[in-house]
Design a binder for this molecule. Structure first.
Ligand code: AMP
Ligand code: MG
Length: 408
């Protein structure tokens, strides 16, 4: 059996970025992946601006103010945000507002709370400002011609704001990754249908579809496929035509009713099968031929147990899909945290234990770690990555991967 890290690195090495790109409005680009660097055509801010409501002054005119000299200046102009500024005449102050252009010649802004307006319209200052005070310099945020967002960036709300701040109305992004998904298992019914003896609800459909939606994939859901080789092969052929990845759920173990692996072997190839992890051991990776075109669709077969399919999606499918979309850094951040529980015996496989952060900043373990107990994934905040054959003692520092990192 392959070690988790080895399997993941092989999987990511095999991922080829989707070539096609499209241009979208920046307003609609949330969570998309940049296909090209975004370079700023301008300085941001484009001019020196005031970061306070107050008075723009020449520091030299206020020399001695801090030592008690009573200095009052006439107000020579008023500069609201969005309006042009005239050069500041020596020996005068300009009334100025937050975001307004600092007039040429001024080298500080005094906030209005530190200035006293007298009846004759002059304004008095009790302190000498430092040069540059309350001025945001031109280019303080972004310099013209600098790359502000490199290709491969997944666009967060703040990244969209940054792109807009340099005037980008549209962005070049990678076209969404196309995923076909289907489920195997004659026992599966959809919520809303009656549950006859032996049947269970297809909960994985809901979990996996939502996970795919979060990653911005274009999904074709081919539903539940009967536990038969011919039906499975036929669905694989259909799925391969217009999709980058075929994702299946269930039927990848070693039972006689598990037809996914033989079907993929008949329609393409299996390049990895069985990972030394718990849950998720039956995970399979390969490719399915696209007719006679000579091209292939990637294939990932997830195990059917709900916790197994959830965890293997987060740990393998998510980074793989992000790589297909051109994202460079796909690794979740892992945190060192204290185990507030003990687990006497380690498993031979790399365990991913459902755990929750408690109020004292340690980790509690969900009592039932069975791969069929989906409740653990709702109760938990993330997964403890426990190496093979490793018992955990109370107080020990363990590797914790929060779900928030695995679902970004
Ligand atoms: P399999 O991987 O097909 O051997 O299935 C392993 C276990 O997961 C069995 O108990 C199945 O009934 C269950 N299972 C398979 N697919 C699903 C699904 N889509 N939703 C919920 N449980 C499933
Ligand atoms: Mg099955």
């Amino acid at each position: 059996m392959l070690a988790t890290a080895e399997a993941l690195s092989r999987l990511l090495d095999a991922a080829r970025r989707v070539d096609a790109r499209e241009r979208v409005d920046t307003l609609d680009a949330l969570d998309r992946v940049l296909a090209a660097d975004v370079t700023s055509p301008l300085d941001v801010p484009p001019m020196h601006t005031s970061s306070m409501d107050g008075y723009a002054v020449r520091v030299a005119d206020l020399a001695g103010a801090s030592e008690g000299a009573n200095i009052a200046l006439p107000v020579s102009q008023r500069i609201p945000a969005g309006h042009a500024a005239q050069p500041l005449a020596a020996g005068t102050a300009a009334r100025i507002f937050t975001g307004a252009t600092v007039p040429p010649g001024a080298d500080a802004v005094v906030m209005q709370e530190m200035a006293q307006v007298s009846d004759d319209g002059r304004v008095a200052f009790a302190q000498t400002p430092a040069a540059g005070e309350w001025i945001t310099r031109q280019g303080a945020d972004i310099r013209r011609d600098s790359v502000i967002l490199p290709a491969g960036t997944r666009l967060t709300p703040q990244a969209l704001g940054l792109a807009a701040s340099v005037g980008c109305a549209q962005l070049d992004v990678v076209r969404p990754v196309r995923v076909a998904i289907f489920f195997t298992g004659d026992e599966l019914r959809m919520p809303g249908e009656p549950l006859e003896p032996g049947a269970i609800y297809n909960s994985n459909r809901f979990t996996l579809r939502a996970l795919l939606a979060k990653l911005g994939c274009e999904v074709t859901d081919l539903g539940i496929v009967p536990d038969r080789l011919d039906a499975t092969r036929e669905t694989l052929r259909r799925a391969a035509t217009d999709h980058d990845l075929i994702l299946t759920c269930g039927g990848v173990s070693v039972g006689e009713e598990d037809h996914v692996k033989p079907a993929v072997e008949a329609e393409g190839r299996i390049s990895m099968w069985q990972i030394a992890m718990k849950p998720g051991k039956p995970l399979a990776f390969g490719a399915v031929r696209r007719g006679d075109s000579g091209s292939e669709a990637y294939f990932i077969g997830l195990p059917g147990n709900p916790v197994s399919s959830f965890c293997t999606f987060l740990l393998f499918v998510r980074p793989f899909l992000l790589r297909l979309a051109g994202v460079k850094n796909v690794a979740p951040r892992v945190f060192s945290m204290r185990a507030d529980f003990s687990q006497k015996k380690g498993d031979r496989r790399n365990e991913f234990l459902r755990a929750r952060v408690n109020e004292s900043g340690g980790l509690d373990l969900f009592e039932n770690q069975s791969s069929a107990v989906l409740t653990s994934t709702v109760w938990g905040d993330g997964l403890i990555d426990n190496p093979p054959n490793h018992a955990i003692s109370t107080g020990e520092i363990v590797r914790f991967i929060p779900f928030s990192e695995l679902m970004r």
